[in-house]
Design a protein around this ligand. Structure first.
Ligand SMILES: Nc1ncnc2c1ncn2[C@@H]1O[C@H](COP(=O)(O)OP(=O)(O)OP(=O)(O)O)[C@@H](O)[C@H]1O
Ligand SMILES: [Mg+2]
Ligand SMILES: [Zn+2]
Length: 178
């Protein structure tokens, strides 16, 4: 079996978790930084950034194990930082894994509205809320939108564009052509 790494690329509120709960292949192992942070944080918050590095390290360890066994790992992650995507691709390459990037980039206002419907209250222990500040959603959205035309040069074996704002529906990047 060819080891496979699938990773979402989408801002907060994009619909990444919704996608993976519906479409994760049978027997694939999910790495969710939200769920790992919630498990590691003493306060139980999925947004607790103080345990983020530990959550990423745990995700890498899981990924190594799954890929070494020839399995499929699905990362439910924003993936908006080029450096983070490069690290994932390098890790996959160590195991000769096939890599699939799933771009989930609805219009900015959609992501903001979905994020806006989440609980804005800050945890008294870690200070983070489930709702991400609007400017963070905007930044993630901007960074991914800017990266879209270049993603095919990052080294993914396959890129799927599951949602894109209308202004990015160019000939090369129509979702139905990918
Ligand atoms: N295709 C869709 N159409 C309508 N609503 C959707 C769609 N996908 C997701 N949603 C809704 O949008 C909200 C956010 O979705 P989801 O939790 O999957 O986002 P996310 O990308 O995982 O966000 P985060 O990065 O904050 O975890 C949820 O309330 C979900 O029901
Ligand atoms: Mg999510
Ligand atoms: Zn907390």
């Amino acid at each position: 079996m060819t080891p496979t790494l699938i990773s979402t690329i989408g801002p907060a509120g994009a619909g990444k978790t919704t996608w993976r709960t519906r479409h994760t292949p049978p027997r694939a192992v999910v790495v969710s930084l939200d769920e790992t942070r919630a498990a590691l944080a003493p306060c139980g918050c999925s947004s607790n950034q103080t345990v983020n590095a530990a959550a990423v390290a745990a995700g890498y360890a899981t990924t190594r194990q799954v890929l070494a066994d020839g399995g499929t790992v699905v990362w439910d992650v924003t993936g908006y930082l080029p450096r983070f995507r490069t690290e994932l691709l390098d890790l996959a390459a160590e195991f000769g894994a096939r890599t699939v990037g799933l771009v989930i980039l609805p219009p900015l206002l959609t992501a903001l509205a979905r994020n806006g419907s989440r609980d804005p209250r800050r945890c008294p222990d870690c200070g983070y809320a489930r709702r991400v500040p609007d400017h963070v959603v905007w930044r993630m959205h901007h960074d991914i939108a800017t990266a879209v035309p270049h993603l095919h040069r990052e080294g993914w074996h396959e890129l799927r564009f599951l949602a894109l704002p209308p202004y990015l529906h160019t000939r090369q990047h129509r979702p139905e052509e990918n």
